[in-house]
Design a protein around this ligand. Structure first.
Ligand SMILES: NC(=O)CC[C@H](N)C(=O)O
Length: 250
């Protein structure tokens, strides 16, 4: 009886231990909206103070050189900005190889927003002349600048699949999407890719169309829009939950 009590106690302790600790998140800090992601992560973490995520402390680091991609990094955000500039920088600094290795190891959690989505895509349509290198890993084809030029940037509601964002109910729901010279996913090239966000819009020919703007393939999350530029922290919360789950399942 006593032994049973002891093992129950140890079991509870181990469960509690594996459900707390530190989440170390790296944000590629070369250019673009990296600072906004940092603020949104802190807000999402703060808002989660009543539940399990609050047992985890958050440690956010800028990733700018190979030395920043340490083994204790649990998650990575590739922000919006300009994918061609980012890929040139990644290549020049040898960060592309290091990040690919880091992503492959234990399938680390990575989130690309806008330019970040382009960097993660295995196939890019309308690449920069001469091509642009990418990190890859996400089996989709994206069309760069799908909605047009900078002046064609807009805000619209995105339909988010049910049960994607924490606290969501069974029905699909919406989030506000900020689209700045944004890409879109024009084909899903692997059955592991889940479509989690789509946008209905009117194209230049006045036809109403629906296009994929958010996907998840195992531990890779990609959004064509910028949640970090809104007050809605549900996407950051979703990302942190992915990181936490990955860490506790190792
Ligand atoms: N807001 C953005 O991240 C724009 C991305 C841009 N279209 C690119 O090619 O990188």
């Amino acid at each position: 009886m006593e032994l049973w009590g002891l093992s129950t106690c140890i079991g509870t302790l181990l469960a509690a231990m594996s459900n707390s600790g530190k989440l170390r998140i790296g944000i590629l800090g070369i250019q673009g909206a990296f600072q906004e992601h940092k603020v949104a992560l802190l807000k999402a973490h703060e808002a989660a103070k009543c539940d399990d995520l609050s047992n985890w402390t958050l440690d956010i680091v800028d990733v700018r050189s190979r030395g920043d991609v340490t083994d204790d990094l649990d998650g990575l955000i590739l922000p919006g900005g300009e994918s061609t500039t980012m890929s040139l920088f990644l290549k020049r600094e040898g960060l592309d190889t290091v990040l690919r290795e880091w992503m492959a190891k234990r399938r680390r959690v990575t989130w690309g927003t806008c330019a970040g989505m382009i960097l993660l895509a295995e196939n890019i349509e309308h690449q920069k002349e001469g091509g642009q290198s990418q990190l890859g890993g996400l089996h989709v084809t994206v069309s760069r600048n799908y909605f047009g030029r900078q002046v064609d940037s807009f805000e619209a509601d995105v339909t988010v699949s049910s049960n994607t964002l924490t606290g969501s109910c069974e029905d699909d729901e919406t989030c506000r999407g900020v689209f700045i010279r944004a890409p879109a996913v024009i084909s899903v090239d692997d059955p592991r890719v889940k479509v989690i966000g789509s946008l209905t819009f009117t194209d230049r020919q006045q036809s109403v169309r629906s296009v994929i703007v958010a996907v998840q393939e195992e531990n890779i999350l990609a959004t064509a829009f910028h949640p970090e530029l809104t007050d809605d922290t549900r996407w950051h919360r979703h990302f942190l939950e992915m990181v936490k789950q990955n860490k506790t399942s190792i």
